[in-house]
Design a protein around this ligand. Sequence first.
Ligand code: 8X3
Length: 251
Amino acid sequence: MTGASSGIGAATVRALRAASWDVIAVARRRDRLDSLAAETGCDIFVADVTSSDDVTALVNRVEEAGGIDALVNVAGGAVGADWVAEADPDDWAVMMELNVVSVQRMIRAFLPLLRRKSVSRGVADIVTISSTAAFISYEGGGGYNAAKAGLHAALMALRLELVGEPIRVVEIAPGMVKTEEFALNRFGGDEAKTQALYEGVESPLLAEDVADVVRYALESPAHVNLDLIQMKPVAQAMQYKLHRGPLHPKL
Ligand code: 8X3
């Protein structure tokens, strides 16, 4: 599973290890992977999913380890919150590479192994974290909206292309998830903007909530494909319809 060094990725490693899955945690930051390995007993592999050489080395390692039952694509993210007319095209290119092209690179690389594993396990899985940003655009989200919408479109095509094979293509699209890095990266390290985003929101989703759904998807009976799951905190009806303050019934 990719994106394992923090946030939803690290939480998913913990959730899967707690459910006795063998996990190869993949990310760029060795120190974080080392801590995760010490904590959970997962295997680790330092790789940048934007590098074809790194992904090839990872495939070789996974083959040596006997293959995989599931590929979980978590790596992704937003760079900047600039409006379309002002955003740096290089930021957009990074988002496209990380959220779309790298996922395709991983799927292309691992599909042969997943096909082989599906014979013995009865099913194999490709689980990918997208975002509600794939479906609803918002000011300052253009590049991220485009990238996640592209990812969603690609996963729909993949599901069509794999029909007839015992391979589940699962897309999990979370809304507001409070993690240590997502918003901070998006806002270029601006703590005040990051704090303001979550200000007053009663119980935003946590990385662990998304990790639970990944585990549930993987452990569902082999004939059940969760397909597309959107999940949001109760306080969020849409990205632009967010309740700040306590939730209370209208009695
Ligand atoms: C992040 C969700 O609402 O910031 O994937 O677009 S949102």
